[in-house]
Design a protein around this ligand. Structure first.
Ligand code: FE2
Ligand code: FE2
Length: 163
């Protein structure tokens, strides 16, 4: 497996607050590496908005809610429409230990990540980008800074899909 290089850690240290860095550290290696690549890609494109770079570093932090294995991730990609179709109720009372949990976490990682960030006291614009990172920017509405959010989301999603 690829490792986080010193330049990846430097990126996290440079852009994230201590509480954001603590959340970054909770992510699994593949997610840290992916998030660092997304942030670096944006910076290489000349991105200067600090919130967008920080959102890139943290956009998949919701996946840290479960220790996802390669099998979970692969199966999810193959069966994504099916997993997304089931409501959380399907998990019943057994919660964290239910076989469904890893797929629930992957399907809902934008919302889970946003609530982790909001609880850590992060900037609202930052956790909003994380919350919405799988949505079509044009469908976003009813929140403060709508136009900024749509533009920022378009950039973040483009960077995410390239990395
Ligand atoms: Fe994601
Ligand atoms: Fe991502």
């Amino acid at each position: 497996m690829a490792a986080m290089g010193p330049e990846d850690w430097a990126l996290a240290a440079r852009w994230l607050s201590p509480s954001e860095r603590a959340l970054f550290q909770r992510m699994q290696r593949p997610d840290q590496i992916h998030c660092a690549r997304v942030a670096r890609w944006l910076l290489a494109e000349g991105e200067a908005d600090e919130i967008i770079v920080r959102a890139a570093l943290l956009h998949d932090v919701g996946k840290a809610r479960y220790r996802l294995g390669v099998v979970h991730r692969t199966l999810y990609v193959l069966l994504a429409p099916l997993f997304r179709a089931f409501p959380p109720l399907f998990m019943g009372a057994s919660g964290e230990s239910h076989w469904w949990m890893p797929y629930y976490v992957i399907a809902n990682h934008p919302r889970l990540g946003a609530s982790m960030l909001a609880q850590a006291g992060c900037d609202e614009r930052l956790w909003r980008l994380v919350e919405l990172h799988q949505q079509d920017p044009q469908l976003v509405g009813g929140i403060p800074d709508v136009q900024w959010t749509r533009d920022a989301l378009a950039k973040l999603r483009r960077a995410d899909s390239h990395n």
